[in-house]
Design a protein around this ligand. Structure first.
Ligand code: ATP
Ligand code: MG
Length: 432
């Protein structure tokens, strides 16, 4: 049953409304027509009965010479009288089936001998033959007619149908528009930026749904904010004791334990710093956008790495001027380059302009890449593959999560993909 239904709710509702309305309408129209036909027929037959009785009585009374002059006056649209034997025809077989024949028989039958003949003509009709009392033949020519239909009736029916279609469309649209709006709002629900609340006006059910959605959106945003603030607070407050501990370790006697402790503390410090950075990256950025020359900006980034003895190359750049937040962009690229250096030992930067005119920035490496099914997961906070890869690459698993937030704050999206021939490509697009 489901398979026969149209796919959209709008189409289903329209179908149900339209079918039931047309059916109900057709039924009442049919009943009315039937009723009209019945009463018209009853009226017509009783008129017919009285009319032929009167007409035959008048003809009987008139002298034979005056009769022809009266025939025209006695004539009716459906039947007329002739003072002859009529046209040749075939005797009517099932005469009693016709109501008009039965009426004639009932009215004139007792006094006259009547025979009926069917005349095959362009429009078939029948004739009743009898003899007046003075011996003159009389023929009643009867042409049963179908009930006439007014010419405007089909036009009216079509107009009514159009009205039904229009009303159905209006009703379905009114009912479904808020649903579509709600679905779109849910789809666009983005907790990173304050979303405009849904319009809470309209019919009460719609307003109620909008109010419920708005309060849900606010609640979720508040929960998320609370968690991130918690992370920020803990990370921030840990910084001081860690620094204190590092100082204390510095004063310890040289030993293997001192080195291990110092390393652990450095790792903790890194974790804490990343935690604060992540918490900050989820907040709306306060850094003002500036005009930025892309080529010198990237070159200085590469030189900074070269100074530290890291292998970072700028493959191709462009003389582009962007309107963007330099600190966020720098941090974003640094996170990606750090990963490439950590997992592949070398990084390459590439800038190109894509078909839409956007600048595409890519950080490429020839490292192990990331299994396809985990490409989405590594973008989540604290998700690392290193435990399974069993390599000594310390990290918190926040680098890419921060990069995603930063890219979003620059109005872009970060994409990861494995390169042909091995290695990873991390890329994002920037507007002018
Ligand atoms: P952090 O950056 O916080 O110090 P991390 O580098 O381990 O730690 P992410 O930068 O978020 O964390 O990266 C998550 C995981 O994705 C990494 O642990 C690593 O397994 C994988 N990954 C990221 N970049 C690459 C890369 N260029 N090549 C191979 N694997 C990568
Ligand atoms: Mg990293």
């Amino acid at each position: 049953m489901r398979r026969w239904l149209p796919r959209t709710l709008a189409a289903r509702l329209s179908l149900i409304f339209l079918l039931s309305l047309v059916l109900a309408h057709g039924l009442s129209f049919g009943l009315q027509t039937f009723e009209r036909y019945n009463s018209a027929r009853t009226l017509m037959l009783s008129n017919f009965e009285r009319d032929i009785a009167t007409a035959v009585a008048i003809l009987e009374r008139l002298p034979a010479t005056e009769r022809p002059a009266w025939l025209a006056r006695l004539e009716r649209p459906n039947y007329r009288y002739q003072l002859d034997d009529g046209q040749p025809g075939t005797p009517m077989l099932n005469a009693s089936e016709s109501v008009s024949v039965r009426t004639i028989l009932a009215t004139l039958g007792p006094a006259y001998h009547i025979s009926f003949q069917t005349i095959a003509d362009s429009r078939p009709h029948y004739q009743a033959h009898l003899q007046l009392n003075d011996g003159q033949p009389l023929t009643i020519d009867v042409r049963p007619s179908i009930m006439p239909i007014s010419p405007w009736l089909p036009v009216l029916l079509v107009a009514q149908l159009l009205l039904l279609v229009l009303c159905t469309w209006l009703a379905v649209r009114t009912a479904l528009a808020p649903l579509t709006r709600l679905a779109r709002a849910v789809d666009n629900l983005d907790l990173k930026r304050p979303a405009a609340p849904l319009d809470e006006s309209g019919p009460s059910e719609v307003a109620y749904a909008a109010v419920a959605f708005n309060s849900m959106q606010a609640r979720i945003a508040a929960y998320v904010k609370e968690r991130v603030q918690l992370l920020a607070a803990i990370s921030h407050d840990l910084q001081t004791p860690i620094t204190r501990m590092k100082l204390r370790v510095e004063f310890m006697d040289d030993s293997a334990d001192k080195d291990k402790l110092s390393n652990d503390l450095s790792e903790m410090q890194h974790l804490v710093k990343e935690g604060v950075a992540y918490a900050r990256s989820t907040e709306p950025s306060s850094e003002p956008p500036l005009r930025l020359q892309l080529e010198p900006f990237l070159q200085s980034l590469v030189f900074d790495y070269a100074d530290m003895g890291k292998n970072v190359q700028l493959l191709a750049s462009a003389d582009a001027v962007l309107h963007t937040r330099p600190q966020a962009l720098r941090r974003l690229l640094t996170n990606l380059i750090d990963n490439a250096l950590k997992f592949a030992g070398a990084a390459e930067l590439n800038v190109s302009q894509n078909a839409n005119g956007l600048w595409l920035l890519q950080v490429l490496d020839r490292g192990p890449g990331i299994p396809e099914q985990e490409l989405a997961d590594v973008l989540k906070p604290f998700y690392r593959l290193e435990s399974s890869r069993n390599r000594d690459t310390g990290g918190t698993g926040l680098g890419l999560a921060i990069a995603v937030q930063l890219a979003a704050s620059l109005g872009s999206g970060l994409r990861l993909r494995n390169r042909e021939g091995g290695g990873l490509c991390a890329e994002f697009e920037l507007l002018y």
